[in-house]
Structures are given as structure tokens and as C-alpha cells.
Design a binder for this molecule. Structure first.
Ligand code: SIN
Length: 287
């Protein structure tokens, strides 16, 4: 297998693989190592059925379920990310986020496979939250180090529920109006990858409402500065999909964004997520 960097900061295209075949322990190790280095991997031209997709997911960790999205009837752990050609509403994942960061134990990463793609558009953007943390100003690093942030399942709750017009419909059955999703879940603003030791900002604009010790109003301008810094073009890559392509990403070291620019065309993807080390192991001990 060969890894070809997509940008100087994030992402690699992996060549020389047929993931429909059994994955040897050595290959599994090489894939985990590549993910740890590049944070986002894209493997093109694969012909994966559900079993092979789940076998690939298991290379990185046990399958994680998404309690707020209905999975495939034949396999509830697997999500179909579908937008029909006539759906003029928003898309699933159409703002910068880390998947399900409002859960007590968010997934360590995801595996997304293209089944049907539009003739143009529908790309997925990724930002490197490790690079963002490493280059943040000393003042902001002091403010965020050791601080917790509140994550809330906004799209699924009551208080922050998005307007109807911006909600993706497609075939995705999302749980809406659950008051429990409004509960604040506190995670460190900066996390450490237990494998590589690299630290990353763990803040995203969809789910984070405030920083420990600050109100929402006080947190908002700080979170906005951090958001703008994190998605600087130098820290980002853009995955252009092709049929059969599979992307794998690290959910604690990256943010991603599904671009909604393919009106009139159908896009169908299959997504799984895997559990990584728990939050407790990602906490950075105070000095
Ligand atoms: C997501 O997982 O947020 C969706 C990404 C995509 O559809 O490109």
C-alpha cells in the first residue's frame, strides 16, 4: 500500500489496496498507522459490500452506533447518508463538526463509502484540529488548556432545534425533539491522541455551546475565533468523491463538512463509525 499526501497538512490517498479481500494483521496495522499520520484517508475504486465495509471499520475499533439516526433495517449500526435529487433542504453534516461529539463517548472515527455520487459537487471538507491547536496564539492556548466545553445534541433536542427548511430529509430518519438531547455533556476543549501523543482542539460549531466558567454569550466570540482559525485553508483538504471511494477519518483530530452544492442530483453514501479510546484516556493531565 502507498500513501500519497493530499495536502501538506492533512489527508492521504491510499493506493494498492483491495479492501474486498481479507485484511491481514500487518495491513490493519499499516492502515491504523496511516490514519494516525494523515487523519483522513481516501481509498478509491473499491467494491465493498456491507460485510467488507464493516470489516474495514473493525480495523480501527468496535462498531459505534448512532442513537439519534436510524440505521439500515438489515443492520442498525450502519447509516445510509442519502440526499434525493429533488430534496432542496440541507444536507446531513452540512456544517463543520465532529461526529456526535455530544455523546458521553463520541466515536473515534468514521468510514464513509460512496455508492452514488452527483456528476459534480458533494465533496467533503476536512480540517486538521491538531495543526489548529499547535498554531493557536499563546493567549488562546492558555485559555483553553485544561478547560472543558459543553456539547449539546442541538439538532435532536428542543431548545436549539434547527428550522424545518434547513433540515436534511433524504432517507435519513433523525430523532428530533428529544429533550434529553439538550443536556450538556462536558468534554476537554483540547484532547490528546493516546497513540501519537498529539493534541487537538476538540471544539465544533454544531454541538459546542459554551466553555467552562463562561456563559454562552461570553463563549461565542472565543469559539468563533477558534472556528475561523481551525478551518484556515492551510489546515484543510477537500475530498472529491468517485464511485466506490471510501474515506476514513479521525473524529477527535479533525472536523468535517459535507458541501451542499449538487441540487438536482442524488447522492448516496454508506457510513459506519468506530469507537476509539475513551475520553478519560484523551484527557491531558494538568501540569
Ligand atoms: C457526515 O458524516 O457528516 C457526512 C459527510 C458527507 O456526507 O460527506
Amino acid at each position: 500500500m502507498r500513501a500519497l499526501k493530499i495536502t501538506g497538512t492533512i489527508g492521504a490517498e491510499i493506493e494498492g489496496l483491495d479492501l474486498a479481500q481479507p485484511i491481514s494483521p500487518d495491513l490493519a496495522e499499516a492502515l491504523r498507522d496511516a490514519l494516525s499520520r494523515h487523519l483522513v484517508l481516501m481509498v478509491r475504486g473499491q467494491r465493498l459490500d456491507l460485510a467488507a465495509h464493516k470489516r474495514l471499520t473493525a480495523v480501527f475499533g468496535p462498531l459505534a452506533t448512532n442513537p439519534y439516526v436510524t440505521g439500515l433495517p438489515e443492520d442498525p449500526g450502519v447509516i445510509r447518508v442519502l440526499k434525493e435529487a429533488d430534496d432542496r433542504s440541507g444536507v446531513f453534516g452540512g456544517d463543520w463538526h465532529s461526529d456526535m461529539s455530544f455523546l458521553a463517548e463520541p466515536p473515534g472515527g468514521s468510514v464513509l463509502r460512496a455508492v452514488e455520487i452527483p456528476p459534480y459537487g458533494g465533496d467533503t471538507l476536512f480540517a486538521n484540529a491538531q495543526a489548529a491547536w499547535e498554531t493557536l496564539s499563546p493567549g488562546l492556548r492558555d485559555l483553553l488548556a485544561g478547560r472543558e466545553a459543553a456539547h449539546v445534541g442541538k439538532p435532536h433536542g428542543v431548545r436549539w432545534a434547527p428550522p424545518m427548511a434547513t433540515r436534511s430529509r433524504g432517507a435519513i430518519q433523525m430523532v428530533r425533539g428529544d429533550p434529553a438531547a439538550d443536556e450538556e455533556r462536558w468534554h476537554p476543549a483540547v484532547v490528546r491522541d493516546p497513540g501519537s501523543g498529539r493534541e487537538a482542539l476538540y471544539l465544533n460549531p454544531i454541538y459546542v455551546t459554551r466553555l467552562e466558567g463562561l456563559s454562552e454569550e461570553e463563549s461565542a466570540p472565543i469559539l468563533e475565533v477558534v472556528r475561523r482559525h481551525t478551518i484556515r485553508p492551510e489546515f484543510c483538504c477537500r475530498l472529491r468523491w468517485s464511485e466506490g471511494a471510501v474515506a476514513i477519518w479521525d473524529n477527535f483530530a479533525t472536523l468535517h463538512y459535507a458541501v451542499n452544492d449538487y441540487a438536482g442530483f442524488r447522492r448516496e453514501m454508506i457510513r459506519t463509525a468506530f469507537q476509539g479510546p475513551p475520553i478519560a484516556e484523551r484527557r491531558i493531565p494538568s501540569a
